[in-house]
Design a protein around this ligand. Structure first.
Ligand code: CA
Length: 231
């Protein structure tokens, strides 16, 4: 479980440093934010794989940030773990109602936090280990970046690969062009929406020899979806 990126939102620097140190040592890529507005900017710039949010923050509460993330269609599936000094059971209920995926009470050991993070990431990943995705006759291996149909390799450019990986991780859901730009290209890059259409076309063309182009479906007026059901 390395290479995953975690954003820590915590205003107390010693605690943030302590958490960041432990996570980096465990192989995670770590970004830090000291308040909610910095966190929002950081998420818009580059989407983390998981968010660790302290309850008590200077501008908004961590719970408010969590609610906002879970209410937004673009970020609702981003796992959030709330950190808090409050041990009362009621807070735990409130935290989970706000959409947090888990809850860790301070003081916690680095080992405990790591165990919770790994558990939440496993739950968030549709295929458990995240090593390979399978759907509709396609296999995508995230370690080797190879896509195969049966025993044949599907030749894909890097953008088509990322697009297909995103689709296979989120099957049956419709994404607009701007959502795909956000999620596949990253919110910090300026790319025109029609670029999405270009890469969708290339992806379909690459799937055509295997008669799998129907997996990438156009939903009129809405966007695109990856589906193993007929259009
Ligand atoms: Ca705090």
């Amino acid at each position: 479980m390395t290479g995953k990126q975690i954003l820590i939102v915590e205003d107390e620097k010693p605690i943030r440093d302590m958490i960041a140190f432990g996570l980096r040592r465990a192989g995670f890529e770590v970004r830090e934010a000291e308040d909610c507005s910095t966190a929002r900017a950081s998420i818009a710039d580059h989407r983390p794989d998981l968010l660790l949010v302290d309850w008590m923050l200077p501008d908004q509460s961590g719970l408010e940030l969590t609610r906002a993330i879970k209410r937004n269609k673009d970020t609702e599936d981003m796992p959030v773990i709330l950190l808090t000094a409050r041990a009362e059971e009621q807070d735990k209920v409130t935290g989970l109602e706000g959409g947090a995926d888990d809850y860790v009470t301070k003081p916690f050991s680095p080992r405990e936090l790591l165990a919770r993070i790994n558990a939440v990431l496993r739950r968030a990943s549709p295929v458990g280990s995240g090593e390979s995705l399978e759907a509709g006759g396609l296999t995508l291996d995230t370690a080797s970046h190879r896509v195969t149909a049966g025993d044949q390799t599907v030749p894909l450019g890097p953008t088509e690969y990322r697009l297909l990986q995103f689709f296979m991780e989120h099957p049956e859901r419709v994404y607009s062009r701007s959502q795909l730009l956000d999620r596949v290209w990253g919110g910090n890059v300026y790319v025109e929406e029609r670029t999405v259409d270009v890469h969708i076309r290339r992806l379909r063309k690459a799937l055509e020899p295997f008669r799998l182009e129907g997996l990438v479906q156009t939903v009129r007026g809405a966007g695109y979806r990856f589906s193993t059901r007929a259009e």
